[in-house]
Design a binder for this molecule. Structure first.
Ligand code: ZN
Length: 192
């Protein structure tokens, strides 16, 4: 019988796991296929184009992305990225980013426009490729989550000042290092 994927609770700004460096993944880990299925399911349910394991409370070097997805099921092309490395980067791109873990907040982030990456897929193949444009932005945003970095760390001092109060408000629901907000179910589209 086919397993039904579960919706995983998303950790919100203020949660300590969003600030921790995630650990390398062993593909033989029990439960990994189920977790990957749940991570992909949760990304789509939350209207995300990317979701990293720490965002659902799992400190592992895994994320899922689908930079090109639209609402129609048939256009979904999720990619599972395990133990990624950004080998090199060049150029510059400015894009207004958002994050499922920082609901309602958007700001312009400057990142390299072209990156060469390598990662392992769920079948265990090591893949190397070059990414540009939106795919490169999404990949870097999710990679940052594995390093405990949030896009709000990469914005200008002025933008940070403007968002200070709203970030504080998000942070205030943290209890003992954990911040899960059940009331925030549907963020705006295209958060990462
Ligand atoms: Zn994010």
């Amino acid at each position: 019988m086919k397993r039904k994927p579960e919706l995983l609770p998303v950790r919100i700004y203020g949660d300590s796991i969003l600030r921790q460096k995630a650990a390398p993944v062993d593909l033989e880990e029990p439960g990994l296929p189920d977790f990957l299925q749940d991570l992909v399911h949760t990304m789509y349910e939350r209207d995300g184009v990317g979701l990293a394991a720490p965002q659902v409370g799992v400190g592992k070097r895994i994320f899922v992305i689908d930079p090109g997805w639209s609402d129609e099921e048939k256009h979904r092309q999720p990619r599972v990225i395990i133990n990624p490395v950004i080998e090199s980067s060049s150029g510059e791109n400015v894009f207004e980013e958002g994050c499922i873990s920082i609901p309602g907040i958007y700001a312009r982030v400057i990142r390299p426009s072209t990156i060469r990456v390598s990662f392992t897929d769920p079948q265990g193949n090591r893949i190397s490729e070059e990414l540009t444009g939106y795919s490169a932005i999404v990949f870097q945003h999710e990679y940052d989550h594995l390093e405990g970095v949030l896009f709000t760390d990469r914005i200008s001092a002025l933008a940070k000042l403007k968002l200070k109060r709203r970030l504080k408000e998000l942070e205030q629901t943290t209890v003992d290092g954990v911040n899960i907000r059940a009331d925030i179910f549907r963020p705006d589209p295209h958060e990462l």
